[in-house]
Ligand binder design. Structure first.
Ligand code: ZN
Length: 266
């Protein structure tokens, strides 16, 4: 396979938190008065969504949908993840071509990651004064959580913990997902990125999803196509004429209209 970089698709959105979300940071006791389970925060003390969390969750959802084989074993010889191990499986594996692989020793084809997911920061204005009145901490709420015995349905003794959550209604702004197009066949792969976003809207981000945490939606989606020549000419601003998603502003609409969107990647 020859690589012939064609351009980058830039997917911008705002991420709205629909139910309290906890993406874990350092646990407990590091800060005075700290809660047991912190949310991850950036240098300015605001919660953020690490690109690695978002990217990893999207990958795990598409892996389940595609039915890939979990071929990598953990220390106890239990399969725990999928990663292609040779050229022929890699060339036919959308997941590894999009999301990348860590190892590379057995490959003769280039194994470049197509997907880059950036960290996304809290829009502080989304935490309204009314919400602040009800928050235990400046940007977050604190809930008591218990571990439940699955057999008896009762709380395990001594399992009460404080868990910090980003409240419902919070918005993370200027989310950016970048998809590199290295050859013509990559254009079809882009659809799976939108499908992963669609799946995530019906799943959860962060911890304790089975208790209803972490529902999110991607809002105000904008998709731009920056081709190779735009970079060669220094014209990399996201200009309106490069916006290719018409009024398809949700993952579902992008999936539904994918062929029309793909036709604009020229
Ligand atoms: Zn694979």
């Amino acid at each position: 396979m020859n690589l012939n970089f064609l351009g980058k698709v830039i997917i911008r959105s705002t991420i709205e938190v629909k139910t309290g979300m906890r993406i874990g940071g350092s646990t407990g006791g590091l800060k005075i008065g700290g809660v047991d389970l912190n949310v991850i925060t950036g240098p300015r003390g605001r919660p953020y969504i690490p690109g690695s969390s978002l990217k990893g969750k999207m990958r795990s959802l598409i892996e389940k949908k595609e039915g890939v084989i979990y071929n990598k074993l953990d220390k106890e010889n239990k399969p725990y993840k999928h990663e292609c191990e040779d050229d022929s499986s890699y060339n036919n594996c959308a997941v590894c071509r999009i999301w990348g692989i860590l190892g590379g020793a057995n490959f003769t084809v280039p194994t470049l990651t197509r997907l880059i997911v950036c960290d996304t920061y809290l829009d502080e204005t989304s935490i309204t004064e009314e919400m602040k009145d009800n928050l235990e901490l400046k940007w977050t709420e604190v809930k008591f959580e218990t571990a439940i015995n699955r057999i008896t349905g009762t709380a395990l003794h001594g399992s009460l913990r404080q868990a910090e959550r980003v409240p419902a209604g919070a918005v993370f702004k200027d989310s950016e997902i970048i998809f590199n197009v290295f050859d013509e066949t990559d254009k079809d792969l882009l659809k799976k990125v939108f499908i992963a976003m669609e799946l995530l809207e019906h799943d959860y981000l962060g911890g304790m999803g089975s208790r209803g945490y972490g529902r999110i939606s991607f809002n105000n989606l904008e998709v731009y196509w920056n081709k190779k020549v735009d970079y060669e000419n220094g014209h990399i601003d996201l200009k309106s004429e490069r916006k290719i998603n018409n009024d398809w502003d949700t993952p579902a609409k992008l999936v539904e209209n994918f062929e029309a969107l793909k036709a604009k990647l020229s």
